[in-house]
Design a protein around this ligand. Structure first.
Ligand SMILES: CCCCCC/C=C/C(=O)SCCNC(=O)CCNC(=O)[C@H](O)C(C)(C)COP(=O)(O)OP(=O)(O)OC[C@H]1O[C@@H](n2cnc3c(N)ncnc32)[C@H](O)[C@@H]1OP(=O)(O)O
Length: 398
């Protein structure tokens, strides 16, 4: 049986958009036009490397057809004509890649390199610029997958991928950390996390698991564990009150982190789901400690081990949510309340919070380290890889 690690290794070694769309829709590659704008100079190896780097910065998935074309040109440019055996009929992804590469026949390496560079350059020119990673100190930042605003002494970090239910990409983890660092130093009294659209957040973007480096899945698991640990550490150490404005369903890490927030206001449309069991995962965000402490071990087990989804009212009864509001008045009521809180003496707010938090901080860091170690193993397990493959293939991503 092919494991996800094998599938995604093959898929993702060469491009950053590891999930290839349904191979059944794979393209007539000959129909894809090449953009031959660089007639004056031949593309060098350096140009090729720059173009590969450029592709990694693309925010928008360019689609299967382009990804296959890029894959084929890259292989032709670096290895020459395809001389691998044809993959079996059932090996859909590798067969699509083999077909794309073989279709280039005996195209010289230099021409393939030039075509790769030209294709990337024309697509980069047509695509949006990458969203700035550095959050602004004040005012609104340009829209990207994460929007950071600072207004009326409230810094708001908004998950802004509504088409993907606000799933968190690797870049977003980095950007949230930067936003928290900036918010810890700005003049805001409160820092709010919320979501744009129907969802608060659908948790970790499951395609994060497909971008496997050349060193293999173990390296991916190791770097993910480091990233996760740093990310959760930022919440543990954050010095000001953290408020979650849970505008809709919340899944995975967006739920577990709530145990590190000071206030959690939820719309009555919100639900709270940690499907770690079905995903072959284990809890993170210090929830293995904060949830049992908050709701008792048995209710926490129901959520974290068995994946029971809570309604907003149930989550409120368990202490995970501070208060539930009718969806129709949610935004108005919550923001009015938060603005009133910003009028409180800021130093008193900060001091009260610090005395409430300081005693448990060391323990939380230890819990975080332990959870990340366990997850590093889980990500490499057959249980987890099969669950992620199931999710991605159901949605035509493999
Ligand atoms: C550095 C690594 C740190 C790791 C930290 C550990 C974190 C762990 C977790 O967070 S575990 C939880 C992971 N999340 C999930 O398992 C949720 C997966 N998504 C779903 O189950 C469903 O999409 C849904 C229930 C959220 C919504 O279902 P539905 O209303 O039917 O919508 P779609 O499924 O059609 O989704 C629309 C669109 O969004 C994409 N999408 C949604 N969630 C995710 C996700 N978590 N990762 C990637 N993509 C997601 C989905 O594929 C659809 O995309 P498409 O339109 O097909 O392109």
């Amino acid at each position: 049986m092919t494991t996800m690690a094998q599938v995604i290794c093959g898929l993702a070694r060469r491009w950053c958009f590891g999930a290839l769309g349904s191979p059944l829709q794979v393209p007539c590659l000959q129909a894809l036009p090449l953009h031959l704008g660089r007639t004056a100079t031949r593309a060098s190896q350096r140009d090729l490397e720059n173009a590969v780097h450029q592709v990694k910065l693309w925010k928008k998935d360019p689609g299967n057809e382009v990804k296959l074309k890029l894959y084929a040109l890259y292989k032709q440019a670096t290895e020459g004509p395809c001389n691998l055996p044809k993959p079996g009929m059932m090996d859909l992804v590798n067969k699509a890649k083999w077909d794309a590469w073989s279709a280039l026949g005996s195209l010289p390496k230099e021409t393939a390199r030039e075509n790769y560079v030209d294709l990337v350059s024309s697509l980069s020119a047509a695509s949006e610029p990458p969203s700035p990673a550095k959050p602004a100190a004040d005012g609104e930042q340009a829209g990207g997958d994460l929007v950071v605003t600072s207004e009326n002494h409230i810094t708001t970090i908004t998950f802004n991928r509504p088409a993907k239910k606000n799933a968190i990409t690797t870049q977003m983890y980095q950007d949230i950390m930067l936003a928290l660092q900036a918010a810890s130093k700005d003049d805001s009294v409160l820092t709010v996390l919320t979501g744009n659209g129907e969802y608060y957040c659908s948790g970790n973007d499951l395609t994060n698991f497909t971008d496997i480096p050349p060193e293999g899945p173990e390296e991916k698991a190791r770097t993910n564990a480091i990233l996760l640990r740093e990310f959760v550490d930022c919440f543990i150490d954050f010095p000001k009150p953290l408020v979650a404005v849970v505008n809709g369903p919340a899944v995975g890490i967006s739920v577990t982190l709530l145990g590190l927030f000071d206030l959690v206001y939820a719309s009555d449309r919100a639900t709270f789901h940690t499907p770690f069991g079905p995903l072959g995962l284990s809890p993170e965000g210090c929830s293995s400690y904060t949830f049992p402490k908050m709701m008792g071990p048995s209710k926490a087990a129901e959520m974290l081990i068995f994946g029971r989804k809570l309604t907003a009212q149930e989550a409120c009864a368990q202490g995970l949510v501070t208060e539930v509001f009718p969806d129709s008045t949610f935004q108005k009521e919550v923001w009015t309340r938060l603005r009133a809180y910003t009028k409180l003496p800021p130093n008193a707010v900060r001091t009260s919070r610090e005395v409430m938090r300081s005693k448990g901080r060391e323990r939380l860091h230890a819990v975080n380290a332990e959870e990340c170690g366990a997850l590093q193993q889980r990500w490499l397990s057959e249980e987890c890889t099969s669950a992620v493959v199931r999710f991605l293939s159901r949605r035509g991503k493999l």
